[in-house]
Design a protein around this ligand. Structure first.
Ligand SMILES: [Fe+2]
Length: 407
């Protein structure tokens, strides 16, 4: 698609919307609002036909059941006239039987959409029909091809739908057919918004996982560490009765708990021997750096305190703030046990991996010192599930290292 140029400015496509129901006219107007289309309205078939003959819009959205002339009659009359036969016609109708659809297409329509309609489908159908039109058109840039953002589209549509119409919808007789149609139409909008939101969440989460993998990839000894810590953290949090929203925040915190290590040089991070004092000082800054990195990101802001505090200790000898007991956020106390368990059960350059039983004994020794005793209890209660995760993730890691496909 050619871009608009100064000599051929973007032409707004003209759409006539013919529907006798006020709320539908306003909802469609909100859906197609913005600067892409120029909209005109008709409330009966006669008005629609007269307007189309006089003004020749690019496309007509046509209801079927309308006063004076119905939509089928309007469409037939338009398609039979040479001056209006090329106008695209899309039926937007509550009549949903095959016979209605066939009759609509037989009258010459380009598309038949049943109400309640999907706003995304309506917009895509219109753009597709007008694109076809443009492809035969030598004038450049006659349809706007902006990048499409579903969440923005549906929220801005609903924001444009006048609140006075929500009021008038409510004022209709309860159970009336028109009210039911309005309600079911708005529910479809809400569902599309929900769907777009879920997709956005999934995208956020995939981004976090990619980021976590990038953190771990710098050090061959921490391959898969962040992912495993997030699994263990969630398992312990569930056993401690945290609600699902808090668990989700904690899952994100666990995935990114070591993100601040991006600020630690390779010479320190990958050093095989013990760190000197200066190197330790740099290493110990990673919780604060991590907190600063994500604090400005709205969907991660709640996770920031857990990242900052994941190396604090129950006895107050941790870092960076030497917090103790309940001063340490519960999420960070959980993360701390999960992190330590994964470190203990992973091979390090200076020692082999501990067995699960050895790691459990270490966790017991850390009770009231490094760890909150209640978290250790939950960890011990959930040890079978945690062990199963460890086995599953070890198998996955070795398969990935050897290049085999993983189920
Ligand atoms: Fe850490």
């Amino acid at each position: 698609m050619a871009k608009a140029t100064e000599s051929a400015p973007l032409r707004r496509r003209r759409i006539l919307l013919a529907d006798d129901q006020d709320s539908i006219r306003h909802l469609v107007a909100a859906t197609l609002g913005g600067d892409q289309f120029e909209l005109a309205y008709a409330t009966n078939g006669r008005e629609a036909l007269d307007f189309a003959i006089r003004e020749h819009p690019d496309l007509i959205l046509l209801d079927v059941s309308m006063p004076i002339l119905d939509g089928f009659e309007v469409c037939r009359a338009l398609k039979q006239r040479s001056s209006t036969g090329d106008i695209k016609v899309v039926f937007l109708s509550a009549l949903d039987s095959d016979a209605d659809r066939k009759q609509g297409m037989a009258s010459g329509a380009d598309e038949y959409i049943v109400k309640p309609f999907s706003p995304l489908f309506l917009l895509q159908t219109i753009q597709h029909l007008l694109d076809d039109d443009v492809s035969k058109d030598t004038r450049p840039g006659t349809v706007d091809q902006r990048r499409f953002e579903p969440v923005e589209f549906v929220t801005s549509t609903l924001a444009r739908y006048p609140s006075s119409f929500l009021e008038s919808d409510r004022a209709m007789p309860a159970g009336g057919a028109e009210l039911q149609r309005s309600e079911s139409q708005l529910l479809i909008y809400a569902e599309e918004l929900n769907q777009a939101y879920r997709e956005l969440q999934a995208t956020y989460f995939s981004t976090l996982q990619a980021l976590a993998a990038a953190i771990d990839a710098r050090d061959p000894y921490t391959f898969g560490h962040s992912q495993r810590v997030s699994y263990y953290t969630v398992e312990i949090a569930k056993l401690m009765g945290l609600e699902s929203g808090a668990i989700e925040v904690l899952r994100r915190a666990a995935l990114l708990h070591d993100i601040g290590k991006i600020g630690v040089p390779d010479s320190t991070l990958l050093k095989p021997g013990p760190l000197n004092a200066a190197e330790w000082a740099v290493m110990k800054r990673h919780p604060e750096i991590g907190e600063q990195m994500i604090a400005g990101l709205k969907f991660l802001a709640e996770a920031a305190p857990f990242i900052r505090c994941h190396h604090e200790r129950w006895d107050g000898r941790g870092y960076p703030d030497r917090l103790r007991h309940d001063q340490i956020p519960l999420g960070a106390r959980i993360l701390s046990v999960a992190d330590a368990f994964d470190a203990m059960t992973s091979t390090r350059p200076y020692r082999p991996a501990l067995s699960v039983e050895e790691a459990r004994a270490e966790a017991e020794r850390g009770r009231h010192r490094q760890f909150d005793a209640r978290v250790v209890d939950a960890f011990q209660d959930g040890i079978r599930a945690i062990e199963a995760i460890l086995r599953r993730e070890s198998a996955r890691s070795s398969a990935m290292r050897s290049g085999r496909a993983v189920e």
